[in-house]
Design a protein around this ligand. Structure first.
Ligand code: CP3
Length: 341
């Protein structure tokens, strides 16, 4: 059905001539065509208008020809649908004016009817599928419950999410209730995305690495595991935890189709920790895209050799930065297409 199915084959662990490639945050501010749309429409208008979201999703594909597209949206549409106000402030990032800080606040958080509240996302998926015309697969995503809690409690981005952690450690009962509400909402949401046509889903645990290995199990991993359990028979699930290499061996037993790895973990260590049999995705240091294109290409080839071409999806170790040059991003994608084993 899908013409270029390299990404889906890598998720199944099949043998391929070269690994597939996409970039986290590939639809973003490093693209001039994205900035044109950003000038005219605020962030959530872009997310909530299927014509805009689908257009932004295919922009990087038209320019570079990645092997998978990821729907333009944000992880914070989930708390928004749960009755928590979320703003995206220019040059600041997410801002939640009424953060969740007490049992009473948790009680006011709802588990919404995601079919209704987030219908614009499924419409955007359908519009994107039409534009992609079965050329490549489309990835849907959600934040991990822990990463969503971080924003709900902290109220904004943070270097250490101290208020989020304080809430978990001083009020664990309320924290777990909140995490379960987010988990239930996320499962229903991802199932609707699959129905609307996404070919795989990725769970972003961007702030899992803020937790100690023991706290990670309690406050993050058990909820991601619930999401994997609920989705894995319907679609391949990719679990990406930034700074979570310590959990890779548990993740490998989870039923996920692939695991994301950041650049602080070597390919060799990631393969060792995961038992060598699961598909891995990553892990180019996003700031390494500042290197000259010729050096990027060399490093990408080296990275593929270290992970091995099979059971591997080439990606960055986290999202692409806004100030990366267009030729540098191109070198990253082209290096994979030019790869010969
Ligand atoms: O990958 C893609 O191309 C799809 C789009 C996508 C966005 N956000 C668009 C976006 C995805 C997958 C996300 C996920 C997301 N959002 C995460 C997890 C991944 C990660 O990067 O860790 C997180 C933590 C968020 C929350 C969020 N959204 C932050 C912290 C910010 C501000 C920081 C920033 O980069 O500006 C956003 C805003 C945001 N989400 C932008 C984009 C393109 C930039 C702002 C804009 O376009 O106006």
């Amino acid at each position: 059905m899908i013409k270029n199915d390299l990404f889906l084959r890598a998720l199944k662990g099949e043998t391929v001539d070269r690994p597939p490639v996409w970039m986290m945050r590939q639809a973003g501010r490093y693209l001039p065509e994205f900035m044109e749309i950003k000038k005219k429409y605020d962030f959530f208008t872009r997310c909530q208008t299927p014509e805009l979201a689908s257009e932004i999703t295919v922009q990087p594909i038209r320019r570079y020809g990645m092997d998978a597209a990821i729907l333009f949206c944000d992880i914070l549409v989930i708390p928004q649908a749960m009755n928590i106000e979320v703003q995206m402030k220019p040059n600041f990032g997410p801002y939640l004016p009424n953060p969740v800080r007490s049992q009473k606040d948790v009680d006011n958080v709802i588990v919404p009817d995601v079919k209704q509240e987030l219908s614009y996302v499924y419409e955007a998926i359908k519009a994107t599928k039409e534009k992609l015309n079965n050329e490549i697969p489309l990835i849907g995503f959600a934040g991990s419950p822990w990463t969503i809690l971080c924003y709900c409690v902290q109220g904004q981005g943070s270097k250490n999410f101290d208020k989020a952690k304080e809430f978990c450690f001083t009020n664990p009962i309320a924290a777990h209730q909140l995490l379960q509400k987010i988990t239930d909402t996320t499962i229903a949401y991802l199932k609707e995305k699959v129905k609307a046509g996404v070919n795989a889903v990725q769970v972003f645990d961007s702030w899992g690495g803020m937790l100690s290995p023991v706290d990670y199990q309690e406050f993050s991993w058990q909820y991601i595991q619930q999401i994997i359990d609920a989705l894995k028979d319907e679609t391949p699930v990719i679990a990406f935890g930034k700074g979570c290499w310590f959990a890779l061996s548990d993740m490998a037993k989870s039923g996920a189709s692939a695991l994301g790895v950041d650049w602080t973990c070597s390919a060799r260590n990631a393969r060792y920790l995961t038992g060598g049999n699961i598909t891995l995705q990553g892990n180019f240091d996003p700031t390494r895209l500042f290197s000259p294109p010729s050096e990027i290409k060399k490093m990408v080839h080296q990275m593929i050799n270290e992970f091995g071409k099979d059971k591997y999806i080439v990606n960055l170790g986290h999202g692409i930065l806004p100030n990366i040059g267009l030729d540098n991003a191109k070198a990253f994608i082209d290096a994979v297409k030019e790869y010969e084993a």
